[in-house]
Design a protein around this ligand. Structure first.
Ligand code: IPE
Ligand code: IPE
Ligand code: MG
Length: 235
């Protein structure tokens, strides 16, 4: 077997939880719970594979339009998940980051994510970056507004504005761009995810619903992208 070249940063659009539940005669929320178990496994697998950063699209800025009950459960899940997993994250040297509008989260969710970010801030083996209340356009809008404010208050000169400077205004500041973006669940759309950061990313799609996503598929995605890269560089 060829050796696997682990990417520094993989981003996953964890889609298909609702359909996974419905297909089994369960609720959509039970599908989301099953997704959180798959997510926990993928975090461990990423550690094993030597990936440095994993971004997980957990809730988009568009997802507020879902039924109230489902939204409530999706806002409870990070609280439950982070509280339960924090000791393991500490043990495994995992740093939690959040990309998204945390001001817009319910109080208890915000508190749980802020606590996880604070507690794990000095860990350095794997960054797990939850895209929570995340929207690519919202991120860019916020960046443009902050940048204009800084130009107006003269802390930034117009001539200084570069790709690197813009990156300082994004939620993902400090993270490398993802080499691979995986979307599970069969849809082949970008759904407002990492619009700036995906400039050079390989896209990899699978019909598998996220609760059934596993290490084997993760390795398959990495292997296929490694192969794509070889054909690009050999041209
Ligand atoms: C998970 O999958 C994505 C989240 C918003 C948490 P979905 O809830 O979109 O599941 P499907 O696509 O309806 O099956
Ligand atoms: C994308 O899935 C967002 C997440 C994975 C959190 P959605 O199911 O919300 O996206 P659409 O509705 O297919 O665009
Ligand atoms: Mg979906």
């Amino acid at each position: 077997m060829e050796t696997l070249i682990a990417p520094k940063h993989i981003a996953i659009m964890m889609d298909g939880n609702g359909r996974w539940g419905e297909q089994r005669g369960l609720t959509r929320s039970q599908g989301h719970y099953a997704g959180s178990v798959a997510m926990e496994n993928i975090i461990k697998d990423s550690l094993d594979l030597g990936i440095e950063a994993l971004t997980l699209y957990a809730f988009s800025s568009e997802n507020w339009s879902r039924p109230k009950e489902e939204v409530n459960y999706l806002m409870d899940l990070p609280t439950i998940f982070l509280k339960e997993k924090l000791p393991e994250f500490m043990k495994n040297n995992i740093k939690v980051c959040i990309s998204g509008d945390i001001q817009g989260l319910p109080q208890h969710t915000r508190k749980a994510v802020e606590e996880a970010v604070q507690k794990t801030k000095d860990n350095n083996k794997l960054i797990v970056n939850f895209a929570l209340n995340y929207g690519g356009r919202k991120e860019l809008l916020f960046a443009v507004k902050s940048l204009i404010k800084d130009v107006k208050n003269t802390s930034v000169e117009m001539e200084e504005i570069s790709n690197e400077l813009i990156e300082n205004y994004l939620y993902t500041t400090g993270l490398p761009d993802p080499e691979i973006i995986i979307r599970t669940g069969g849809e082949k759309r970008i759904s407002n995810f990492l619009l700036w950061q995906s400039s050079k990313s390989h896209l990899w799609f699978t019909d598998t619903y996220f609760p059934d996503f596993n290490k084997q598929l993760l390795i398959q995605a990495i292997t296929e992208v490694n192969e794509r890269e070889q054909t690009i560089t050999s041209h």
